[in-house]
Design a protein around this ligand. Structure first.
Ligand SMILES: [Zn+2]
Length: 260
């Protein structure tokens, strides 16, 4: 089996049971450290409910991501620009970002927009200043194709995926929470090196906090500043917000939707 990132040979690494019934093999690429499952024939069933019911962290994670993203936009981008939440699920993140005051839009081919209705992806020929893509890279069946489709909409992708532990063994990975054995939706697992490969394939630079948040961009940034902006979001966020003076869109959005 070829690695879905660097195309070198990926070797059998472990077999484990997912969704309490499917014995699935995982393959490790020794070149870039990426791990992928065998052909994921179980996905249709795994997505009967597009947001898996065991994802109890959905609100906490969206709040955390909104704080980190606010920091990053405020310091590294133009806060008056237009942004996209790609694979935005129910629209929770888009709604929170609009409540804070950023002009965010929603896009998700697989999930129903519940909370950000009226703010669907609208740019046809223009690019977004930044696309966020949280908890999606590990779901991609064809990562290169899917990432390429995000790059059609933006030149900056801020995304999350939990990196593989540095030293991996099949025993250790068996108990790794991020394998998502209960829901079966996680089929791609990235090492830092595999993300580096990804960035080079597309001609972008990679910045990472070394664990969960990553940015693909053509811009030259100080990697420590990116790491810093991903730290202690509560403290920075509330300090910054007072200086930010971005005007919340909660009320204007309500008026706009009421008029439609
Ligand atoms: Zn590889």
């Amino acid at each position: 089996m070829n690695c879905k990132i660097c195309k070198k040979n990926a070797e059998f690494f472990l077999k484990t049971t997912i969704m309490k019934k499917y014995d699935v093999s995982y393959f490790l690429c020794k070149n870039c450290g990426f791990i992928q499952t065998e052909e994921p024939y179980w996905l249709k069933e795994a997505y009967n409910d597009p947001i898996n019911t065991s994802d109890t962290g959905i609100f906490t994670r969206n709040i955390l991501c909104s704080k980190i993203t606010s920091n990053i936009i405020y310091f590294l981008f133009n806060k008056k620009d237009v942004f996209l939440d790609y694979a935005g699920g129910y629209g929770i993140f888009t709604r929170i970002m609009r409540d804070i005051g950023f002009d965010f839009y929603w896009n998700d081919p697989y999930c129903q927009n519940i909370f950000a209705k009226g703010f669907e992806d609208k740019l046809e020929n223009k690019k977004y200043a930044l696309a966020t893509c949280f908890e999606a890279f590990e779901h991609f069946e064809k990562p290169l194709e899917q990432i390429e489709s995000i790059f059609k909409k933006t030149e900056n992708i801020l995304f999350s995926t939990e990196l593989l532990p540095r030293k991996i063994s099949s025993e250790k990975i068996q108990s790794w929470r991020y394998l998502g054995r209960e829901h079966g939706q996680h089929i791609c697992f990235y090492s830092k090196k595999s993300l580096q490969y990804l960035s080079e394939i597309f001609g972008y630079k990679l910045y990472s906090n070394g664990y969960y948040f990553h940015l693909l961009t053509k811009r030259d940034l100080n990697p420590f500043i990116f790491k810093f902006l991903c730290l202690s979001p509560n403290y920075y966020f509330f300090r910054i917000l007072s200086a930010l003076r971005v005007k919340s869109k909660t009320r204007p959005d309500s008026l706009l939707i009421s008029k439609k």
